[in-house]
Design a protein. Structure first.
Length: 612
């Protein structure tokens, strides 16, 4: 007996088994979404494949799949072992793993809709008036005559409200109908307008508008055809929005032209553009450095072999690691394979996008949380349809639906931003290595400061270490000097400020040269803590038990965890002293001191307070 293994989008540690949909005898492919019963509701499930079960061993009822939500698989079958490994290793429900991997807004579920009956219109207003508390949704029910699934779902969570609604239903005042809440995201289509073969044959090569004179058409229809032929260029036609933008009367004229058989109207899939403006162009260097050549020869050999191997590319900043990535990716594309490039943050993704777009053009796709749900869904579909051969993205891009992955690149592999800290908690770098192992392809972990874990694996031989110690064109490394501000013997002209004489001199020299300076500090606010001078107590958050930060411009003491705040004029809760002062330094204080030192300089502060 052939049944189907389904991972439901619910907190269940195991998969469930379902029967063939009623009235459908076709074998269902793995990777599609299905609507299945779970208890007394309907939920989205992800079909993992067929399972053969002995009917004699089944002691429970096998329910059929209610509906198919996708005409084609939403993820390749080859990704299923990867999902299963993640679910087992991280102890996370397999259905929730797949739900995390897929673009948001694709979950379909059952819901409830409440409709006010004719009897209820007479009796319910009186019943509501007798209640001590009248929620806002009751007024909407009386005004509109119904409540939509979103509102009902919120109300239904409260047992008291659920009992009240059931009571009203039993009295015949309302009806509670089950409905399907569809996915929020769907494919975008647009109507493409093209000359019919008959019209094309009749007029031949188009030159002037008078060629349509024999067709006995309205002026608006003639103008629409003229614009269609003039602006389509080498394409077969134009989209309806393009035509109506050129001529507002084209929308109405197209109906008559289509009925006369002069144009064809066809719905075609279109993709939302995630790039906006075209990324800046970066030219390919004429030659590589000796170190780049050495490293690239190792990587190209691994790419040609198409076997799992992990490389730790340890290269100083400016040594040309990005060019090595690009050349290795080019070798992979020549084999007809695809490439996955992970970066720790969206800001870095835009930089890497520009380099890859300059070299490879429209075969590039991006996946990160900065995209709208619709853009992310379209990028996912482009990858799935093999229209995109290179994917660049943050940690979630590790789930990209490749079917023939040939190379994985993890830039800045040491970054903690690769760790997902809510929902499915995973390390994107480790998952990239795992993805490469499942795909039998090499993976490159690049960094100027490798993580201790990766460097240890390289020292033990688990990873292959590739080193690049020189910068391109033998550019010197920047000089770094550490100044110990705790040294009491250090001469300081402004001891009340957090600036050494060397830093003040460097800033002044830069201003004279009309150059810019960047000052980094790892805290925001004016003072990082408030200390009682009498007893040493530090004012802390009543909820989080961490020190409160003084924000002078807002005149508040603020907890950076929960937002709890106090007036800065506080009394020490331990000794009742009013001698509470700010300690430590933040970006707001550095800004104030720079303005004091250099009153004529243009100063800007960039932190989450100013950029909000």
């Amino acid at each position: 007996m052939m049944l189907y293994e389904v991972a439901v989008a619910a907190p269940l540690a195991h998969t469930l088994t379902y029967d063939q949909p009623v009235g459908n005898e076709d074998v269902l492919p793995a990777g599609i979404r299905v609507l299945v019963p779970l208890g007394n509701r309907l939920v989205t499930g992800y079909l993992l494949g067929q399972v053969e079960v002995d009917p004699d061993e089944i002691s429970y009822q096998i329910k059929p799949i209610v509906d198919l939500l996708d005409p084609d698989p939403l993820f390749p079958e080859g990704l299923i072992p990867f999902f299963c490994w993640i679910a087992e290793y991280y102890h996370f429900p397999i259905g929730e793993v797949i739900r995390t991997a897929l673009p948001a807004g694709l979950v379909v579920r059952s819901g409830r809709k409440i409709i006010l009956t004719d009897i209820g219109k007479d009796n319910l207003p009186v019943a509501i008036q007798e209640l001590k508390k009248q929620p806002a949704w009751m007024g909407r029910l009386l005004d509109k005559g119904n409540l939509l699934p979103g509102t009902v779902n919120t109300v239904w969570r409260k047992p008291a409200m659920q009992r009240l609604l059931r009571k009203w239903e039993k009295a015949g005042w309302i009806t509670i109908e089950p409905v399907i809440v569809k996915a929020a995201i769907k494919a975008r289509t647009q109507t493409m307008v093209a000359p019919s073969p008959a019209l094309q044959e009749q007029i031949g090569e188009y030159r002037i508008e008078e060629q349509f004179a024999e067709l006995d058409l309205k002026k608006s229809e003639v103008k629409t055809l003229d614009l269609l032929f003039r602006h389509r260029g080498e394409r077969s036609g134009l989209s309806r929005p393009e035509l109506t933008k050129l001529y507002s009367g084209a929308g109405k004229a197209l109906h008559g032209l289509a009925e006369a058989g002069l144009v064809t109207l066809e719905e075609q899939r279109t993709y939302r553009d995630p790039f906006g403006n075209v990324p800046p162009f970066f030219a390919q260097p004429e030659s590589l450095t000796p170190e780049q050549d050495t490293v690239l020869s190792e990587l190209e050999t691994a790419v040609q072999e198409q076997a799992f191997s992990c490389f730790l590319l340890h290269g100083v900043t400016g040594c040309g690691k990005t060019e090595v990535y690009l050349r290795a990716a080019a070798s992979c594309l020549e084999l007809g394979k695809t490439i996955l490039v992970l970066v720790p943050e969206i800001a870095l993704a835009t930089q890497v996008e520009a380099h890859f777009y300059s070299r490879f053009g429209d075969v590039l796709a991006v996946l990160h949380s900065g995209l709208t749900p619709g853009e992310r869904f379209d990028q996912w579909q482009r990858i799935l349809q093999q229209e995109a051969h290179i994917v660049i993205g943050a940690r979630s891009a590790v789930f990209a639906p490749f079917t023939n992955l040939g190379l994985v690149i993890v830039d800045e592999e040491h970054e903690p931003a690769y760790k997902q800290d809510n929902g499915l908690r995973y390390n994107g770098r480790d998952m990239a290595v795992l993805r490469a192992r499942f795909s039998h392809c090499p993976v490159i972990l690049g960094s100027a400061t490798p993580s201790v874990t990766s460097f240890y694996h390289a020292r033990q031989g688990k990873y292959q270490l590739l080193s690049m110690r020189k910068r391109v064109y033998d550019r010197p490394m920047p000089e770094v000097e550490v100044v110990d501000l705790s040294d009491k013997t250090l001469p300081r002209s402004r001891p009340e400020l957090f600036f050494s004489n060397k830093l003040i001199a460097g800033l002044r020299d830069n201003l004279v040269k009309k150059q810019q300076s960047l000052l980094f500090v790892n805290r925001r606010g004016f003072s990082s803590s408030m200390l009682c001078r009498d007893c040493g107590h530090i004012i802390s958050c009543r909820h989080c038990k961490v020190s409160l930060t003084l924000h002078r411009q807002r005149n508040r003491l603020i907890c950076h965890y929960c937002g709890y705040s106090l007036n800065p004029k506080v009394i020490c809760p331990e000794c009742q002293s009013s001698s509470v002062v700010g300690m430590g330094v933040g970006s707001e204080r550095i800004e104030a001191e720079v303005r004091e030192l250099f009153p004529s300089a243009r100063v800007a502060r960039l932190d989450s307070d100013t950029s909000r």
